[in-house]
Design a protein around this ligand. Structure first.
Ligand code: HEC
Length: 467
């Protein structure tokens, strides 16, 4: 047990776990990688944002690939290199490029946040009201208009980071520096290490939707699962690990090949797309867990099993007009049928797409759209999208959200027993958690659930930038 800066938390300081005798190569079974083409051309940086959009540099141009449109939206014909991207609460996109942070909001412009950074951002990710930014100088967090640089015992955190699951009840960000691997979280004393592993040299780190953290070292992979450490040796120690924090499963790309793992077993991917030079070609993981890979002359999506994504609408978004959503199946070849339902009622589907009309779903609730793709061999996959209906008018804290809080949450969340949610700031910081809890009907505790219209109010306030 180690205590940092006198903080009385359950701070974990461990030695590197010893590597077990087995290797993934002993455990793996191989499956064909299922792939489909996202864009023709040579892609150098491609990041999946917002569940269904991809920001990429294709043939030298900075583009947004949006499955709702058959042609890419060109942000700049001769574009910068893309290192990372994240969607902001108002629906705009923050893009980390070699020219600095750019904001795609109606038109492309430099982001004002870049002025606070020492050099162009290499990685960006948003969680709630905070944006995590890594530059060559280290990791910082931008919140409420201020940038805080983070370190570990005075040493900057320069390794790639991954938004992680909770450690000791605190949401953390996993990263590393020359001292080792560390999870940084916001404690009552400010940002501090919540879990550490000293003496390891980490080149990449990823956390999946099941809360499994995998870090790549020259000797192999270090895994943290449910608070316990383990390790896997790899014959090629140059692996890159990638995951989507909302999806179970991690990708391990090394010069030996590509694996999908849930950390208990490894599936080796055979017959990769032509020209995929791992690990550099592995770019990012989308919201249904597919890996974007730069192949020979094309950007491809690789899935470890037949997969369908419902695209065109952000999960949990509210619709206030006719909205087209489509089923995006991997592999795209061999699909014999696509069916869709909303709340189990069938929808008319044309070419794998359907149009949602908000007037058909007038009851206040969260609706669930399910898409089922069937392939030639009878294999099926299901994709899910939750949405609500409501006019996304302007909502403010004083007029809309605070009255909702007073009516439905204050009896438990205004005092010191439960998480305090009695200020606009507390709601802004926790907005993703709140939306998740109310749409999943975990809150208000004991019910009744919020109506679709009430949830739309929270979302409209978020989309309006928390006025
Ligand atoms: C009857 C009491 C009660 C009501 C009403 C209630 N909550 Fe909670 N809430 C709790 C308890 C108990 C917890 C668990 C302790 C904690 O994390 O604070 C909790 C936890 C939470 C959390 C943190 C969950 C997490 O994963 O960390 C959020 C966010 C939340 N509530 C939001 C709301 C919102 C928004 C409302 C109103 C729409 C609401 N709650 C109404 C009792 C209540």
């Amino acid at each position: 047990m180690r205590v940092f800066h006198g903080i009385l938390l359950s701070v974990v300081g461990c030695q590197a776990p010893s590597l077990p005798d087995y290797q993934p190569a002993d455990m793996r079974f191989s499956v064909p990688a299922l792939a489909d083409t996202v864009a023709a051309g040579s892609a150098t940086g491609a990041v999946s944002v917002d569940g269904f959009q991809i920001v990429a540099n294709v043939d030298g141009a900075l583009v947004v690939l949006d499955p709702r449109s058959s042609t890419p939206r060109t942000l700049r014909a001769v574009g910068p290199q893309v290192w990372g991207a994240t969607s902001l609460a108002d629906g705009s996109t923050l893009i980390a490029t070699d020219e600095g942070l750019l904001l795609d909001d109606v038109y492309l412009q430099p982001s004002p946040v870049q002025a606070s950074l020492p050099s162009p951002a290499l990685q960006v990710a948003r969680r709630g009201g905070a944006i995590w930014i890594r530059t060559a100088e280290g990791l910082s967090v931008w919140r409420g208009g201020a940038l805080t640089s983070l370190d570990w015992d005075g040493a900057p955190l320069t390794a790639p980071f991954a938004l992680g699951a909770a450690e000791s009840g605190i949401d953390v960000v996993w990263t590393a520096n020359a001292r080792g691997l560390v999870a940084i979280g916001e404690t009552t004393e400010g940002w501090a290490p919540v879990a550490t592993l000293k003496g390891v040299s980490v080149s990449s780190v990823a956390v999946d939707g099941a809360g499994v953290m995998v870090a790549s070292t020259p000797d192999g992979l270090i895994v943290r699962r449910e608070g316990a450490w383990s390790a896997w040796s790899l014959s090629a120690g140059d692996a890159r690990v990638l995951a989507n924090p909302s999806r179970r499963g991690l990708w391990v790309a090394s010069s030996d090949g590509l694996w999908w793992t849930d950390s208990t077993y490894f599936k080796g991917m055979v017959s990769l797309p032509e020209g995929a030079m791992l690990p550099d070609a592995a770019l990012s993981v989308d919201a249904v867990g597919r890996l974007l890979v730069a192949g020979e002359g094309a950007l491809v999506r690789v899935a470890d099993r037949p997969t369908v994504a419902v695209v065109g609408l952000r999960n949990l978004a509210s619709i206030d007009g006719e909205t087209t959503v489509a089923a995006q199946s991997t592999p795209a070849d061999g699909v014999t049928s696509v069916t869709m339902t909303v709340d189990a009622a069938p929808l008319e589907v044309t070419d794998g797409a359907t149009t949602l009309d908000p007037f058909e779903f007038l009851d206040d609730a969260t609706h669930r759209l399910e898409a089922v793709t069937t392939w030639q061999d009878g294999v099926q996959a299901v994709g899910v999208l939750d949405f609500t209906v409501g006019s996304v008018g302007a909502a403010t804290w004083v007029d809309n959200v605070e009255p909702l809080f007073q009516a439905r949450c204050a009896k438990c969340h205004a005092g010191s027993t439960q998480t305090r949610l009695d200020s606009a700031e507390a709601w802004e910081t926790n907005v993703d958690l709140i939306l998740d809890d109310v749409t999943q009907r975990r809150m208000p505790l004991g019910g009744p659930a919020l109506t679709g219209a009430e949830i739309s109010v929270i979302r409209a306030w978020q989309e309006g930038g928390f006025p």
